[in-house]
Design a protein around this ligand. Structure first.
Ligand SMILES: [Zn+2]
Length: 430
């Protein structure tokens, strides 16, 4: 998501004949989701599954209405018309009427939002939902009236869901203040979660003027300009072997068999464990960075575009598809996008996105841009000044300087200097 830029108030600047997107700074109010493990009773679980079913039914009806549309036909009904249709359908069908109108109306609202996102070009077109895939529903409304949340003991909380009542959840951390809505989901492993949406309190800046550059590394998950190298946790070796073994199994197990279901569940549980560890790492790392530094500079990566472009189109197949595929796996695996997103939540206005060109070719000590300086994937050695260090840390240094420059001297854009030009050591004093 492109946040509005502040500061110089410019996002793009022209340097000679080059157009360099310089800096964009994300500013508040971004919604944040906090997820907790729900512990419904069997009866509650059935009621929750029914809500999921209703939400899915309504959603799929809306998809169908839009599928039916062709150029020349009357346009598909909008949200208001769909709400009227929902009222009619509820009058007609007892099973729908027995469900929660809050859940059903919200499914329509979510669909309207999904269509808006689609037309804005940020998301794909909403599609059919199948049972067992992305099961869930959302509750929006007044806390205390339509829904509520409370803590009952040290490790137990309860959330009140329409037509279900109070459902326990594991109070693994404080529920954020100012919760506006929540979403109930069931993952493929059969686990239920509740995710509260709130506008978070930012972490105060240390006020030291400290700037850090963070580079998405290939060998490590993130390198800091301080020289620190951070790695997102993955599965342990034994877990990885177990996963590989499980992944070979479903092919042999009979379709629809209990054994097959058990294997699938075990796979989902292992993958879930890895995801949880990564999320935890992202939370800790983003909090730590937001506390220690006033300004956090990152590369402006359009991850979504990058991960999609590798394969190319049929007319123009992507080049280096293999290398890019490997790199993309690394980016996604290290949860880079999520880290930047959480940083923007926790340090609104303090995350600076820097144009990514040349950060790997420029020497962070003397400023010379040298294509050959990268000795290997891991080592940067400047042939001009002899400075050598980890390549990711060198890139992080460049990112830090770019941000420091942009922050301290708002007038001039940072130019690393295109390779075919004279190197410009603009940052020697920075
Ligand atoms: Zn150098």
């Amino acid at each position: 998501m492109d946040a509005p830029s502040i500061g110089a108030g410019r996002k793009r600047e022209t340097v000679g004949h080059l157009k360099l997107p310089i800096v964009s700074v994300a500013v508040g109010n971004l919604l944040v989701m906090s997820r907790y493990r729900l512990q419904p009773t069997l009866a509650q679980e059935a009621a929750l599954a029914e809500h999921c079913g209703h939400a899915r039914f309504i959603w799929n009806l809306a998809v169908e209405q839009h599928e039916y549309w062709r150029p020349g036909r009357k346009s598909a009904p909008g949200f208001a018309e769909q709400c009227r249709q929902l009222t009619e359908a509820r009058a007609q069908f007892a099973w729908l009427r027995a469900g929660s109108i809050t859940v059903q109306q919200q499914a329509l609202k979510d669909f309207a939002q999904a269509m808006a996102n689609f037309f804005a070009g940020t998301h794909r077109k909403p599609t059919w939902r199948k049972r067992g895939q992305g099961d869930g529903f959302r509750i929006v409304g007044k806390r205390g009236l339509h829904w509520d949340v409370r803590r009952v003991s040290r490790n137990v909380g309860e959330v009140r869901i329409p037509k279900v009542g109070w459902v326990r959840f594991r109070w693994s951390r404080a529920v954020p203040e100012g919760v506006k809505s929540f979403r109930i989901t069931r993952d493929p492993a059969g686990r239920w979660h509740v995710a509260f949406a709130a506008i978070p309190d930012p972490i105060p800046a240390p006020g030291t003027g400290a700037v850090v550059g963070v580079d998405r590394g290939v060998a490590v998950s993130a390198a800091l300009s301080t020289g620190e190298m951070l790695n997102a946790p993955t599965l342990r070796e034994t877990e990885r072997r177990r996963l590989a073994r499980l992944l070979r199994k479903p092919a042999r197990a009979k379709r629809g068999s209990i054994r097959r279901a058990r294997v699938k569940r075990a796979i989902a549980r292992l993958r879930g464990r890895e995801t949880d560890r990564r999320k935890d790492w992202v939370e800790k790392t983003s909090t730590d960075l937001a506390r220690r530094f006033d300004v956090i500079a990152v590369e402006d990566l359009k991850i979504r575009n990058m991960t999609r472009s590798a394969r190319g189109t049929r007319a123009e197949p992507g080049r280096n598809v293999r290398q890019k595929a490997g790199l993309n796996r690394g980016i996604l695996a290290s949860g880079w996008g999520r880290l930047v997103e959480r940083l923007e939540h926790k340090a609104p206005g303090r995350v600076v996105k820097v144009h990514a060109a040349y950060t790997s070719q420029r020497c962070s000590a003397c400023g010379i841009v040298d294509r050959e300086a990268r000795e290997s994937q891991a080592v940067f050695r400047c042939r001009s000044c002899g400075y050598a260090c980890n390549a990711d840390v060198n890139a992080a240094g460049n990112i830090e300087q770019a941000a420091g420059h942009a922050v301290s001297a708002r007038e001039g854009p940072w130019v690393a200097g295109p390779v075919h030009r004279e190197p410009q050591p603009v940052l020697l004093s920075a």
